[in-house]
Design a protein around this ligand. Structure first.
Ligand SMILES: C[S@@+](CC[C@H](N)C(=O)[O-])C[C@H]1O[C@@H](n2cnc3c(N)ncnc32)[C@H](O)[C@@H]1O
Length: 234
């Protein structure tokens, strides 16, 4: 029997480079100056109806002294956690402007800076005590099932004791008010959000498939999660 030549099939579950780029292109140095005020000052309260202090509490409860923050933005929550010190703090992002801003704010902790995409296995030496993944999933292209592959790409950072925690804005299984509907529509059109089909159940199911201990709860349009006991996806 003659062997057929192997042709490389594109991975249909993997987003295109353009989609990955569009999901973070908005974080320019100029926009980052307004980011904290618009997102954590206004939108959390008036659109997503999840008070920023609930996310602050989430960080205070789960942040360890050996922490990896994935999708760091401006470093807002890490700064507000006001930890006296970290044994190790790693800031990971695909966007160099976010990394520069977060490094500026968190410089006193001498963080390790890592420019990397969450759509590739992350080049870190784990395990960390905690991994933060806040307001990242709703930006990522793909279905919830596809975008949770980024959790598996964080596997090098985790062992069974590592706590993965964070939050994501849902586009389904929510009751959005007018400002939320306007923002969801505008951000999804622009490619900054990809969360039209993100619902609570698919997030919870994807986390339960990967972790032994999972808590997911909802405040307004936001799902907050905490997961521990990572085992490769079954
Ligand atoms: C909405 S911001 C959230 C920032 C911060 N965690 C917060 O809650 O304020 C999303 C962050 O994820 C980053 N990001 C988007 N796509 C990414 C990817 N493929 N790999 C790594 N980081 C990504 C963006 O650059 C940005 O810093």
């Amino acid at each position: 029997m003659t062997e057929q030549p192997q042709t490389q099939q594109p991975d249909s579950s993997r987003p295109s480079e353009q989609e990955i780029e569009a999901a973070h292109a908005i974080y320019t140095p100029r926009n980052l100056k307004l980011y904290d005020f618009i997102v954590h000052g206004l939108s959390n309260r008036f659109a997503w109806r999840c008070p920023t202090r609930a996310l602050d509490d989430h960080y205070r409860a789960n942040l360890s002294s050996d922490h990896l923050e994935a999708g760091v933005g401006t470093g807002f929550f890490l700064e507000r956690a006001r930890r006296p010190a970290f044994d190790r703090l790693t800031l990971l992002d695909i966007n160099d402007s976010c990394l520069a801003e977060a490094r500026r704010r968190l410089g006193r902790y001498s963080p390790e800076i890592l420019q990397a995409s969450l759509f590739e296995p992350v080049p870190v030496t784990g395990p960390y005590g905690s991994v933060g993944l806040t307001y990242v999933l709703h930006c990522l292209p793909g279905t919830m099932g596809e975008k949770l592959a980024v959790v598996d790409n964080l596997a090098p950072a985790m062992d069974a004791d590592t706590v993965l925690f964070g939050a994501t804005i849902l586009g389904e299984s929510i009751e959005p008010n007018l400002p939320a509907r306007v923002l969801l529509s505008a951000y999804n059109k622009k490619g900054v959000f990809h969360n039209r089909q993100d619902d609570f159940a698919s997030l919870a199911e994807g986390l339960h498939r990967r972790f032994g201990e999972v808590r997911v709860w909802q405040k307004g349009c936001v799902a907050l999660f905490r997961a521990q006991g990572y085992a490769a996806v079954r």
